[in-house]
Ligand binder design. Structure first.
Ligand SMILES: Cc1ncc(COP(=O)(O)O)c(C=O)c1O
Length: 365
Protein backbone atom coordinates (compact mmCIF):
# COMPACT_ATOMS: atom_id res chain seq x y z
CA UNK A 1 0.00 0.00 0.00
CA UNK A 2 1.44 3.36 -0.93
CA UNK A 3 1.67 6.06 1.70
CA UNK A 4 0.96 9.69 0.86
CA UNK A 5 1.65 11.61 4.06
CA UNK A 6 4.38 13.10 6.23
CA UNK A 7 7.44 11.00 6.98
CA UNK A 8 10.12 11.23 9.60
CA UNK A 9 13.32 9.58 8.44
CA UNK A 10 15.53 8.43 11.32
CA UNK A 11 19.15 7.68 10.48
CA UNK A 12 20.22 5.16 13.12
CA UNK A 13 23.76 5.04 11.67
CA UNK A 14 24.05 8.76 12.33
CA UNK A 15 22.68 8.26 15.85
CA UNK A 16 25.41 5.69 16.48
CA UNK A 17 28.04 8.04 15.03
CA UNK A 18 26.84 10.86 17.28
CA UNK A 19 26.97 8.48 20.26
CA UNK A 20 30.57 7.54 19.41
CA UNK A 21 31.50 11.21 19.04
CA UNK A 22 30.07 12.01 22.49
CA UNK A 23 31.81 8.90 23.85
CA UNK A 24 35.16 10.07 22.43
CA UNK A 25 34.53 13.48 23.93
CA UNK A 26 33.96 12.14 27.46
CA UNK A 27 36.52 9.31 27.32
CA UNK A 28 36.05 6.58 29.90
CA UNK A 29 33.05 8.23 31.55
CA UNK A 30 29.87 6.15 31.08
CA UNK A 31 26.93 7.72 29.29
CA UNK A 32 23.31 7.79 30.37
CA UNK A 33 21.43 8.36 27.11
CA UNK A 34 18.23 10.36 27.49
CA UNK A 35 15.49 8.65 25.45
CA UNK A 36 12.46 10.19 27.15
CA UNK A 37 9.50 11.57 25.16
CA UNK A 38 9.83 8.84 22.53
CA UNK A 39 13.56 9.56 22.27
CA UNK A 40 12.89 13.23 21.56
CA UNK A 41 10.41 12.17 18.85
CA UNK A 42 12.85 9.76 17.18
CA UNK A 43 11.26 6.51 18.45
CA UNK A 44 12.29 5.26 21.90
CA UNK A 45 12.51 1.54 21.13
CA UNK A 46 14.53 1.83 17.92
CA UNK A 47 16.84 4.45 19.39
CA UNK A 48 17.35 2.48 22.63
CA UNK A 49 18.10 -0.72 20.70
CA UNK A 50 20.65 1.09 18.54
CA UNK A 51 22.33 2.62 21.60
CA UNK A 52 22.27 -0.72 23.41
CA UNK A 53 24.14 -2.20 20.43
CA UNK A 54 26.75 0.52 20.97
CA UNK A 55 27.09 -0.51 24.61
CA UNK A 56 25.52 2.51 26.27
CA UNK A 57 25.76 2.17 30.06
CA UNK A 58 22.34 3.61 31.00
CA UNK A 59 19.14 4.83 29.37
CA UNK A 60 16.88 7.48 30.90
CA UNK A 61 13.18 8.03 30.30
CA UNK A 62 10.73 10.25 32.11
CA UNK A 63 7.88 7.96 33.15
CA UNK A 64 7.61 4.41 34.48
CA UNK A 65 5.40 3.62 31.47
CA UNK A 66 8.15 4.71 29.10
CA UNK A 67 10.50 2.39 30.99
CA UNK A 68 8.08 -0.54 30.80
CA UNK A 69 7.68 0.04 27.04
CA UNK A 70 11.44 -0.41 26.63
CA UNK A 71 11.54 -3.52 28.82
CA UNK A 72 8.61 -5.04 26.90
CA UNK A 73 10.58 -4.42 23.71
CA UNK A 74 13.47 -6.45 25.12
CA UNK A 75 15.81 -3.69 26.29
CA UNK A 76 18.12 -5.06 29.00
CA UNK A 77 20.23 -1.95 29.71
CA UNK A 78 19.68 -0.15 33.03
CA UNK A 79 16.89 2.42 32.79
CA UNK A 80 16.58 5.51 34.95
CA UNK A 81 13.23 7.24 35.55
CA UNK A 82 13.56 11.05 35.75
CA UNK A 83 10.00 11.70 36.93
CA UNK A 84 8.89 12.49 40.46
CA UNK A 85 8.81 9.23 42.44
CA UNK A 86 5.35 7.63 42.51
CA UNK A 87 5.03 5.43 45.63
CA UNK A 88 2.13 3.49 44.12
CA UNK A 89 4.44 2.05 41.46
CA UNK A 90 7.39 0.72 43.49
CA UNK A 91 6.50 -2.90 42.80
CA UNK A 92 6.41 -2.28 39.05
CA UNK A 93 9.71 -0.43 39.17
CA UNK A 94 11.25 -3.37 40.96
CA UNK A 95 9.63 -5.96 38.66
CA UNK A 96 10.88 -4.16 35.52
CA UNK A 97 14.27 -3.29 37.02
CA UNK A 98 13.81 0.46 36.69
CA UNK A 99 16.01 2.84 38.67
CA UNK A 100 14.10 5.54 40.51
CA UNK A 101 14.62 9.22 41.06
CA UNK A 102 14.35 10.02 44.78
CA UNK A 103 14.08 13.73 45.37
CA UNK A 104 12.37 14.43 48.71
CA UNK A 105 12.10 13.27 52.33
CA UNK A 106 8.55 12.13 51.57
CA UNK A 107 9.93 9.83 48.89
CA UNK A 108 12.21 8.25 51.52
CA UNK A 109 9.30 7.86 53.91
CA UNK A 110 7.32 5.98 51.26
CA UNK A 111 10.29 3.77 50.52
CA UNK A 112 10.60 2.85 54.21
CA UNK A 113 7.27 1.04 53.92
CA UNK A 114 8.46 -0.99 50.93
CA UNK A 115 9.53 -4.49 51.91
CA UNK A 116 9.99 -6.26 48.59
CA UNK A 117 13.30 -6.41 46.68
CA UNK A 118 15.55 -3.40 47.16
CA UNK A 119 15.00 -0.84 44.38
CA UNK A 120 17.89 1.01 42.78
CA UNK A 121 17.70 4.76 43.31
CA UNK A 122 19.59 7.94 42.43
CA UNK A 123 19.18 10.77 44.92
CA UNK A 124 18.50 14.19 43.45
CA UNK A 125 19.84 17.39 44.94
CA UNK A 126 18.53 20.74 43.74
CA UNK A 127 21.43 23.11 43.15
CA UNK A 128 19.50 25.85 41.35
CA UNK A 129 17.09 24.43 38.79
CA UNK A 130 14.30 24.69 41.38
CA UNK A 131 12.39 21.75 40.01
CA UNK A 132 12.90 18.41 41.79
CA UNK A 133 15.51 17.72 44.47
CA UNK A 134 16.46 18.46 48.05
CA UNK A 135 18.26 21.78 48.64
CA UNK A 136 21.94 21.78 49.57
CA UNK A 137 21.14 22.79 53.16
CA UNK A 138 19.18 19.53 53.67
CA UNK A 139 21.48 17.29 51.64
CA UNK A 140 23.35 15.87 54.64
CA UNK A 141 20.18 14.81 56.48
CA UNK A 142 18.76 13.44 53.22
CA UNK A 143 21.84 11.35 52.45
CA UNK A 144 22.00 10.02 56.04
CA UNK A 145 18.35 9.02 56.01
CA UNK A 146 18.60 7.38 52.58
CA UNK A 147 21.70 5.49 53.62
CA UNK A 148 19.82 3.84 56.48
CA UNK A 149 17.10 2.37 54.26
CA UNK A 150 17.28 -1.35 53.53
CA UNK A 151 14.65 -1.11 50.84
CA UNK A 152 16.94 0.73 48.41
CA UNK A 153 20.26 0.33 46.67
CA UNK A 154 21.74 3.81 46.67
CA UNK A 155 23.37 3.71 43.26
CA UNK A 156 23.50 7.36 42.25
CA UNK A 157 23.69 10.97 43.34
CA UNK A 158 22.82 13.74 40.91
CA UNK A 159 21.69 17.25 40.08
CA UNK A 160 20.59 19.17 37.00
CA UNK A 161 21.82 22.41 35.43
CA UNK A 162 19.53 25.27 34.46
CA UNK A 163 21.91 27.28 32.24
CA UNK A 164 24.76 25.01 31.13
CA UNK A 165 24.12 25.75 27.45
CA UNK A 166 24.50 29.51 27.86
CA UNK A 167 27.43 31.77 27.09
CA UNK A 168 27.48 33.17 30.61
CA UNK A 169 28.36 30.20 32.81
CA UNK A 170 28.40 31.95 36.18
CA UNK A 171 25.11 30.40 37.35
CA UNK A 172 26.11 26.94 36.10
CA UNK A 173 29.41 27.25 37.95
CA UNK A 174 27.60 28.22 41.15
CA UNK A 175 25.41 25.12 40.73
CA UNK A 176 28.52 23.02 40.20
CA UNK A 177 30.17 24.32 43.37
CA UNK A 178 27.01 23.49 45.33
CA UNK A 179 27.02 19.99 43.87
CA UNK A 180 30.72 19.60 44.77
CA UNK A 181 29.70 20.41 48.37
CA UNK A 182 27.15 17.59 48.22
CA UNK A 183 29.74 15.15 46.90
CA UNK A 184 32.01 16.14 49.84
CA UNK A 185 29.15 15.54 52.29
CA UNK A 186 28.59 12.06 50.82
CA UNK A 187 32.28 11.22 51.25
CA UNK A 188 32.23 12.49 54.82
CA UNK A 189 29.31 10.12 55.48
CA UNK A 190 31.18 7.25 53.81
CA UNK A 191 28.61 7.09 51.03
CA UNK A 192 30.12 6.24 47.64
CA UNK A 193 27.39 6.01 44.97
CA UNK A 194 28.53 4.25 41.80
CA UNK A 195 27.27 7.10 39.64
CA UNK A 196 27.59 10.81 40.35
CA UNK A 197 26.21 12.93 37.55
CA UNK A 198 24.96 16.36 36.57
CA UNK A 199 26.08 16.99 32.96
CA UNK A 200 23.47 17.37 30.26
CA UNK A 201 24.48 18.14 26.65
CA UNK A 202 25.20 21.79 27.41
CA UNK A 203 27.44 20.90 30.36
CA UNK A 204 29.24 18.14 28.44
CA UNK A 205 30.49 20.84 26.08
CA UNK A 206 30.58 23.86 28.35
CA UNK A 207 31.30 22.75 31.93
CA UNK A 208 33.77 19.90 31.57
CA UNK A 209 34.54 19.78 35.31
CA UNK A 210 30.95 18.66 35.89
CA UNK A 211 31.30 15.23 34.31
CA UNK A 212 32.06 13.30 37.53
CA UNK A 213 31.61 9.61 36.67
CA UNK A 214 28.57 9.70 34.42
CA UNK A 215 27.10 12.14 31.90
CA UNK A 216 23.47 12.40 30.81
CA UNK A 217 23.46 13.08 27.08
CA UNK A 218 20.28 13.88 25.19
CA UNK A 219 20.20 16.36 22.35
CA UNK A 220 23.80 15.80 21.21
CA UNK A 221 22.94 12.18 20.42
CA UNK A 222 20.15 13.35 18.13
CA UNK A 223 22.60 15.59 16.32
CA UNK A 224 21.71 19.09 17.43
CA UNK A 225 23.52 21.45 19.76
CA UNK A 226 21.47 22.51 22.78
CA UNK A 227 21.98 26.16 21.86
CA UNK A 228 24.26 28.27 19.68
CA UNK A 229 26.20 29.41 22.74
CA UNK A 230 28.03 26.10 23.23
CA UNK A 231 31.23 25.15 21.38
CA UNK A 232 30.19 23.57 18.07
CA UNK A 233 33.34 21.60 17.20
CA UNK A 234 31.89 18.14 17.77
CA UNK A 235 30.93 17.01 14.23
CA UNK A 236 27.53 15.60 15.21
CA UNK A 237 24.80 15.62 12.54
CA UNK A 238 20.99 15.53 12.78
CA UNK A 239 19.42 12.09 12.96
CA UNK A 240 15.93 13.24 11.93
CA UNK A 241 14.70 14.39 8.53
CA UNK A 242 11.08 15.47 8.07
CA UNK A 243 9.46 15.31 4.62
CA UNK A 244 5.94 15.48 3.21
CA UNK A 245 4.34 14.97 -0.20
CA UNK A 246 2.73 17.43 -2.57
CA UNK A 247 -0.88 16.30 -2.95
CA UNK A 248 -2.40 19.06 -5.09
CA UNK A 249 -1.15 21.73 -7.48
CA UNK A 250 -3.31 24.65 -8.55
CA UNK A 251 -2.96 27.70 -10.78
CA UNK A 252 -3.90 30.94 -9.06
CA UNK A 253 -4.19 34.56 -10.12
CA UNK A 254 -2.36 37.49 -8.56
CA UNK A 255 -4.25 38.73 -5.50
CA UNK A 256 -5.44 35.29 -4.33
CA UNK A 257 -5.77 34.79 -0.56
CA UNK A 258 -4.16 31.63 0.71
CA UNK A 259 -5.04 29.71 3.88
CA UNK A 260 -6.75 30.70 7.13
CA UNK A 261 -7.15 34.37 7.86
CA UNK A 262 -6.21 35.33 4.32
CA UNK A 263 -2.98 36.79 5.68
CA UNK A 264 -1.08 35.87 2.52
CA UNK A 265 -1.95 37.17 -0.94
CA UNK A 266 -0.16 36.19 -4.15
CA UNK A 267 1.66 39.06 -5.83
CA UNK A 268 1.51 37.58 -9.32
CA UNK A 269 -0.10 34.70 -11.21
CA UNK A 270 1.55 31.56 -9.90
CA UNK A 271 1.14 27.89 -8.90
CA UNK A 272 0.40 26.80 -5.37
CA UNK A 273 1.23 23.31 -4.11
CA UNK A 274 -0.58 21.77 -1.16
CA UNK A 275 1.80 19.77 1.04
CA UNK A 276 0.36 17.11 3.30
CA UNK A 277 1.84 17.97 6.71
CA UNK A 278 0.58 20.44 9.26
CA UNK A 279 1.04 21.57 12.82
CA UNK A 280 -0.58 18.37 14.13
CA UNK A 281 2.30 16.51 12.50
CA UNK A 282 4.91 18.81 14.01
CA UNK A 283 5.39 21.58 11.44
CA UNK A 284 5.77 24.57 13.77
CA UNK A 285 2.86 26.91 13.05
CA UNK A 286 4.71 30.24 13.55
CA UNK A 287 7.24 29.15 10.90
CA UNK A 288 4.87 30.30 8.12
CA UNK A 289 5.99 33.91 8.53
CA UNK A 290 9.56 33.30 7.30
CA UNK A 291 9.25 29.65 6.42
CA UNK A 292 10.13 27.62 3.39
CA UNK A 293 10.49 24.01 2.33
CA UNK A 294 13.02 22.56 -0.07
CA UNK A 295 12.55 20.48 -3.20
CA UNK A 296 15.77 19.32 -4.84
CA UNK A 297 18.08 22.32 -4.36
CA UNK A 298 15.40 25.03 -4.45
CA UNK A 299 13.57 26.68 -1.54
CA UNK A 300 9.84 27.40 -1.78
CA UNK A 301 8.09 29.89 0.44
CA UNK A 302 5.30 28.73 2.72
CA UNK A 303 2.26 30.78 1.75
CA UNK A 304 -0.13 31.65 4.53
CA UNK A 305 -0.82 29.97 7.80
CA UNK A 306 0.16 26.35 8.34
CA UNK A 307 -3.04 24.32 8.84
CA UNK A 308 -3.50 21.34 11.14
CA UNK A 309 -2.80 18.79 8.41
CA UNK A 310 -1.55 20.71 5.38
CA UNK A 311 0.46 23.71 4.28
CA UNK A 312 0.74 25.54 1.00
CA UNK A 313 3.83 26.68 -0.90
CA UNK A 314 4.38 28.94 -3.90
CA UNK A 315 6.09 26.84 -6.59
CA UNK A 316 5.87 29.29 -9.54
CA UNK A 317 6.88 27.39 -12.66
CA UNK A 318 9.06 24.80 -10.89
CA UNK A 319 8.89 21.22 -12.07
CA UNK A 320 7.08 19.73 -9.11
CA UNK A 321 4.57 16.91 -9.49
CA UNK A 322 1.86 15.28 -7.42
CA UNK A 323 3.57 12.91 -4.95
CA UNK A 324 6.96 14.68 -4.88
CA UNK A 325 8.33 14.86 -1.36
CA UNK A 326 9.49 18.21 -0.05
CA UNK A 327 11.98 18.65 2.78
CA UNK A 328 10.58 20.33 5.90
CA UNK A 329 13.75 20.01 7.98
CA UNK A 330 16.80 17.77 8.12
CA UNK A 331 18.80 16.81 5.06
CA UNK A 332 18.76 14.76 1.88
CA UNK A 333 21.04 14.35 -1.14
CA UNK A 334 20.16 17.87 -2.37
CA UNK A 335 20.77 19.88 0.78
CA UNK A 336 19.43 20.62 4.21
CA UNK A 337 17.23 22.83 6.36
CA UNK A 338 18.70 23.25 9.82
CA UNK A 339 16.18 22.71 12.60
CA UNK A 340 18.08 25.22 14.73
CA UNK A 341 17.55 27.85 12.04
CA UNK A 342 13.79 27.29 12.21
CA UNK A 343 13.86 27.24 16.02
CA UNK A 344 15.73 30.54 16.13
CA UNK A 345 13.41 32.23 13.64
CA UNK A 346 10.31 31.34 15.66
CA UNK A 347 11.88 31.93 19.09
CA UNK A 348 11.74 28.26 20.00
CA UNK A 349 14.30 25.45 20.46
CA UNK A 350 15.24 22.29 18.60
CA UNK A 351 13.97 20.38 21.70
CA UNK A 352 10.48 21.78 21.20
CA UNK A 353 10.52 21.09 17.47
CA UNK A 354 11.63 17.43 17.55
CA UNK A 355 9.36 16.49 20.43
CA UNK A 356 6.41 18.14 18.63
CA UNK A 357 6.50 15.53 15.86
CA UNK A 358 3.06 13.97 16.08
CA UNK A 359 2.00 10.35 16.00
CA UNK A 360 0.80 10.53 12.38
CA UNK A 361 4.07 10.94 10.45
CA UNK A 362 5.37 7.56 9.40
CA UNK A 363 8.76 6.84 10.92
CA UNK A 364 11.20 5.34 8.45
CA UNK A 365 14.38 3.87 9.91
C1 LIG B 1 17.21 15.52 34.23
C2 LIG B 1 17.69 15.59 32.83
N1 LIG B 1 18.94 15.20 32.56
C3 LIG B 1 19.44 15.22 31.29
C4 LIG B 1 18.68 15.68 30.24
C5 LIG B 1 19.28 15.70 28.86
O1 LIG B 1 19.39 17.00 28.38
P1 LIG B 1 20.06 17.33 26.98
O2 LIG B 1 19.11 16.85 25.94
O3 LIG B 1 20.19 18.80 26.97
O4 LIG B 1 21.34 16.60 26.93
C6 LIG B 1 17.38 16.12 30.47
C7 LIG B 1 16.57 16.64 29.37
O5 LIG B 1 15.74 17.49 29.44
C8 LIG B 1 16.86 16.07 31.82
O6 LIG B 1 15.62 16.48 32.09
Amino acid sequence: MSYLGPKVHIDLHQLKKNYQLVKNEVGEIPIMATVKANAYGHGAVKVSKALEEEGVRYLAVFTIDEGIELRDAGIKTDIFIYAKFDPTRIEEASKYNLTLNISSFDDLKALKAHNGNAVKVHLKIDTGMTRLGVPLEQAEAFLKEANQLNSIELEGLYSHFATADEGDLSYANSQLSKFNEVVKIAKKLDIYPTFIHCSNSGAILNVKESRFNMVRAGMLLYGAFPSDEVPQELPIKPVMTFTAPVVEIRDVKAGTHISYGGVYTTKSDTRIAVVQAGFADGVPRPWYIDGFVKFKDQNFKITGRICMDQLMIDIGSADIQYGDEVLIFGSNEHGSIDINHIAKKIDSTSYVLVTAIGIRPKRVY
